[in-house]
Design a protein around this ligand. Sequence first.
Ligand SMILES: [Zn+2]
Length: 293
Amino acid sequence: MVCDVLMYSETKIYRHSGKLGTALFGVPFIGILGGLVFGILYAYINVYFLGWRSDVLVTPILSFLFGAIIETVGDIAKCRNTMFMAMMGLLLSIFIMYANWVLFEFVMLNHKGITIEWYKIPSMFFDPDLVWENAVFINGRGWYGVKSWKPPSNVVWYYGLIEVFSIVGLVTFLVSVPINNAVFCESCDIWATPIHTVKFTLTENKTLLAQLKKGDIETLTQLKPTNKCPRIEVEIQECLSCYNTSTYQIKTVSLNHKAQEQKTNLTPLLLLSQDTKDRLYTIVLQQLNLKRF
Ligand SMILES: [Zn+2]
């Protein structure tokens, strides 16, 4: 904390207000509904089409969609509380996993001639002992497989573990990361919009890099514009209603071993005062002119 204050004395770090908006009810409601729909999809695909392979092929896709939906609901509900979204991601992903199991057992047992009526599903949800007994029973019968090849019964539990980690990890990550990079205008009650990304050559000069890490925009006058990698990027977000809430964030972009661009934050989200914003736009225009001629 003390370090932040010293480092960004001239600027201010943007921080979320922590308000929940309508996310307190909206996120769990849509999350549980979505979890049930995805659970039914997972169960049918697993029992009738892909068997155990669903956990490798279908689970990551459903988890990705589930995370994206929860994140979108948090966004629409104007949730500015990263901790709440991370908790929701964690709890709802545990729920979707449990729903997957319950609905899979329901579809599998019916498929194998052990009739369970639809109206018994809610009571299955509240009976974890029965869910576990069914899992042991299905595994013991070797039904958790497809056509001729089936994983040995003792390996099935490892598939279960992979399932748990992929769902919980992916969903929690997807739900909590975007809100961390977003900016909210409290006076207009809307999210700010990313409006510009300005790109400069990456300097190896340690003094200049240290200045950039402090969020010093004057340093940018010493850099040339570029689209190539590695480079420095300055991302500007602004409230398109009042134009008063604006932030910038300085990042480095480099290529990883797979030749994909990878961004690293040099600064947190920093608030742009009107003066700094004018100066930043002047620098950007000068650099763009330099590039043009
Ligand atoms: Zn505004």
